[in-house]
Design a protein around this ligand. Structure first.
Ligand SMILES: C[S@@+](CC[C@H](N)C(=O)[O-])C[C@H]1O[C@@H](n2cnc3c(N)ncnc32)[C@H](O)[C@@H]1O
Length: 274
């Protein structure tokens, strides 16, 4: 079974793979602008299009104070700040990702508005009522205690704040065998049905919720993403060993099969004052 630390630290998308991609384009770290990173730093499904749709739901403005939970290498945080001029804090439990996120942000000169905190969203090391928005993309599947997660998100949000996130959604017929495959291969310890998610959200004190089913979009784009990962055998094999790369590919293949069987999908949740 892969633990979250290994899954994230030995992931084919990482700071070195971004640097290698920029070098292939002949781009120098000292001369980068945020958009140079966008093709490479978005570690969720649907790339910038997904962040744009999330941003529309969030209704950011220049005065927004945004928390990106499970921020990874900070791609969405930088995009949001660059587009709206607002301040964004990224929270991620992984130290190496947090350090990469801060470095990439310095390269593109967004350090005045975008910052990163290394910490667990299940504990939430941030102040009450500090944010106008909480966002997240494809991170919550790694968090088992959703009760604590949503209570924490409610606490750091101002009363009129909005929370928008996307995540995997289990269909009620996802078997325990398939759940175990996803947990063991992709550190997906917190996979829920839509009904379970709704219960957690309302129990945390949110009073309104809109959902959008992204499953058919994801079913189109995820096989492409799988092909992109398969093409990274040399680079990822050299970085983390071929055996680890093959484990990753096998786990991702199993994930795609569960998705294609219609037992797993994607959903966007817009929560709070609608
Ligand atoms: C697939 S990446 C998504 C990164 C980012 N949202 C993006 O779209 O580019 C998932 C991230 O969630 C983080 N994560 C998992 N559990 C977490 C927790 N309990 N608290 C904070 N971050 C967590 C992981 O370290 C990883 O960087």
């Amino acid at each position: 079974m892969v633990d979250l630390l290994t899954f994230v630290n030995e992931h084919p998308i990482n700071e070195s793979s971004i640097k290698a991609a920029l070098a292939r384009e002949g781009k120098k770290v000292e001369k980068l602008v945020p958009s140079d990173l966008f093709p490479y730093d978005q570690d969720h499904y649907g790339g910038l299009q997904a962040v744009k749709e999330l941003a529309e739901k969030a209704r950011f403005s220049a005065n927004s104070v945004v928390l990106d939970v499970c921020s990874g290498m900070g791609g969405p945080a930088r995009y949001i700040s660059d587009c709206y001029g607002c301040s964004v804090v990224g929270l991620d439990v992984n130290k190496s990702r947090t350090l990469s996120a801060a470095r990439l942000t310095r390269w593109v000169d967004l350090g005045n508005t975008v910052s990163f905190v290394c910490g667990d969203a299940g504990i939430m090391p941030l102040g009450q009522n500090a944010f106008t928005h909480v966002v997240s993309q494809e991170g919550f599947l790694h968090i088992e205690d959703k009760g604590a997660l949503f209570r924490n998100c409610r606490e750091v949000l101002r009363p009129e704040g909005r929370m928008v996130f996307t995540d995997w959604i289990a269909s009620p017929n996802l078997s325990s065998h398939e759940r175990n495959i996803l947990r063991d291969g992709m550190a997906a310890v917190g996979v829920h049905t839509e009904v379970e998610y709704k219960n957690y959200i309302f129990e945390a004190g949110f009073d309104s919720l809109e959902t959008e089913d992204l499953s058919s979009w994801w079913a189109k784009i995820l096989p492409e993403r799988f092909k992109m990962y398969q093409s990274k055998s040399k680079e990822a094999g050299e970085a983390f060993g071929l055996r680890r790369f093959e484990e990753f590919i096998n786990a991702y293949g199993a994930f795609i099969r569960v998705l294609e069987a219609g037992k797993l999908g994607g959903m966007r949740f817009t929560v709070g004052s609608l």
